[in-house]
Design a protein around this ligand. Structure first.
Ligand code: GLP
Length: 251
């Protein structure tokens, strides 16, 4: 009878920086280095408050001639359902003002889920195909919801592997309310799935601040559970978790 050895390949690499600024700057430099090593880099990008200093620093590195995006492609993780790309509260507009306006990305290589698509399922399939056609994601940057969500993969009894439509939790809608003047956050969103994310060749999750400490502890030390979607990152061969001291305070 054949004998099988099960090898545990997961390798969570945690880096703790003294401040959130130091972590953000290090991540911007890592992205710039990845662009130099592979000018056709396919980047997966998050929204949220956490990556704002990363994008600011990347814009500065670009200004200084140290980050050339001319041949790179980007795929953002998610978008609110029902919001057209030019809606002032859309993630598309967020990315435009925070990063895209300040670097030399070719607009044809900026990829986004269309939150206002008539046929949402087809839109999700289109996105998966576009990622495949680009050759897959080389470097996926992630943020982390305080409830353990990544992208808009919310804690639930079951998760959907690929890009899909999903319902937002009350806490996530509250966390995103600052983007909406009337605080009327959509109830649903479209997001890459956990498997879409796990297919990236390199993943760096950036989390800063004490509010993320509990989710960080559970995602690194806890079991895989759909109640904490980020825990599935343990399945990636070389996931990198970059933290400031506050986010690492429970490790
Ligand atoms: C949103 C996004 C996530 C992001 C999270 C954390 O819900 N869909 O991709 O990681 O916010 O946001 P923040 O960085 O503001 O804490």
């Amino acid at each position: 009878m054949a004998a099988f050895a099960f090898q545990h390949t997961c390798d969570v690499r945690v880096r703790v920086f003294s401040t959130s600024r130091a972590a953000a700057h290090a991540l911007a430099s890592a992205i710039a280095r990845a662009l130099t090593a592979n000018p056709r880099l396919v980047l997966g990008l998050p929204t949220g408050r956490t990556p704002i200093p990363v994008y600011r620093r990347l814009a500065a590195l670009h200004q200084a001639g140290c980050a050339d995006f001319s041949r790179a492609s980007t795929f953002n993780l998610d978008e609110f359902l029902g919001l057209p790309a030019d809606h002032r509260s859309s993630y598309r507009v967020f990315m435009q003002s925070r990063l895209f306006d300040h670097v030399n990305l070719d607009p044809r290589r900026i990829h986004f889920l269309n939150g206002a698509a008539g046929d949402v399922e087809r839109e999700c399939e289109r996105y998966e195909r576009a990622i495949d056609r680009a050759g897959g994601i080389d470097l996926q940057i992630l943020g982390l919801g305080a409830n353990g969500h990544i992208g808009f993969n919310e804690p639930a009894p079951a998760l959907i592997a690929r890009t899909h439509r999903g319902v937002l939790t009350r806490s996530t809608r509250r966390a995103n309310a600052h983007l909406f003047r009337d605080r009327a956050v959509p109830r649903e969103a479209v997001s890459m799935g956990i498997a879409t994310i796990l297919h990236a060749r390199r993943i760096v999750l950036l989390a800063t601040g004490r509010a993320k400490a509990r989710a960080i502890e559970r995602m690194i030390r806890g079991p895989l559970t759909t109640r904490l979607p980020a825990s599935f990152l343990q399945l990636h061969e070389t996931v990198e978790i970059w933290l400031d001291r506050a986010a690492a305070s429970r490790l």
